[in-house]
Design a protein around this ligand. Sequence first.
Ligand code: ADP
Ligand code: MG
Length: 238
Amino acid sequence: MADVLLKEVRKSFGSLEVIQGINLEIEAGEFCVFVGPSGCGKSTLLRMIAGLEEVSSGKIEIAGKDVTYEEPSKRGIAMVFQSYALYPHLTVGENIGFGLSLARTPKAEIKARVEEVAKVLQLEALLERKPKALSGGQRQRVAIGRAIIRDPHVFLFDEPLSNLDAALRAQMRIELTDLHEKLGNTMIYVTHDQVEAMTMADRIVVLNGGRIEQVGTPMDLYDHPATPFVAGFIGSPK
Ligand code: ADP
Ligand code: MG
C-alpha cells in the first residue's frame, strides 16, 4: 500500500492550471524528491499534500486515509521550509520544543524530547543559545528539529537548503540522508537542484509545467531518460 497516494490531483489559480493531473504513489520509508525548474508547481504540490493549499480536484491519501479535505495538523505530516522562521526571542531548545508546549505536553517530557532531538541533530551544545548566535546551517537544523519533535509520519521539505552556501549545502545533504536512515520516515523533498535530487533520492519525480515527466531512481533517470526534457535537466549540472 502506498504511504502517500496522489490521484488525479489538480490545482488552478484563476484560469491558470498549475498542477495538471498528478498520479503518484510514494512508499513508506521512501526518500522521494520532486525536482523541476522554478515555477513548475513543486511547492504547490507539496503544499497540497501538507493541506496548506486546497486541491481543485483529485484525491490525497496519507497512510491509507483520505486526507484530501483534512486540516494540516491532522495529516501526520511536518513541513520544513526554505526560510527557517525561528522565534528570535526563544532559545534553540525552546524553538525545538515549541510545538509540544503548544500541545500542553508536560515540561519534563518536553525537555527529554528536546534533548533526544538535539542529539540526533548534533545541537546538544547549542540548546541555550538564541537563533541569532547560530550559523545558517545550525538554524536550518533547529528548523528540522522542530519538525522531528512532532514525530510526523511524513516529512515534507521545500528547498530547505537553498539559502545555504555550497559547502554547507553539501554537508547538509549528507546529514539529511543520514537523518532519513536514522528515522526511517517517509520523506518528500522538493528542490530545483539536480545534484540534490541525484544524490539524495531513492526515487525522483521530475516535474515540468505542472505534469510529471518521469518517475524513477536516479540511475533510471540518468540511464534511461524518458523525454528530452529529463535528459537535459538531469544530464546537465548547474
Ligand atoms: P515551484 O515551487 O516549482 O517554483 P510553485 O508551485 O511555487 O512552483 O508555482 C507554480 C505556478 O503557480 C507558478 O506559475 C506560480 O506563479 C503559480 N502560483 C503559485 N502560488 C500561487 C498563488 N497563490 N496564486 C497564483 N498563482 C500561484
Ligand atoms: Mg517552490
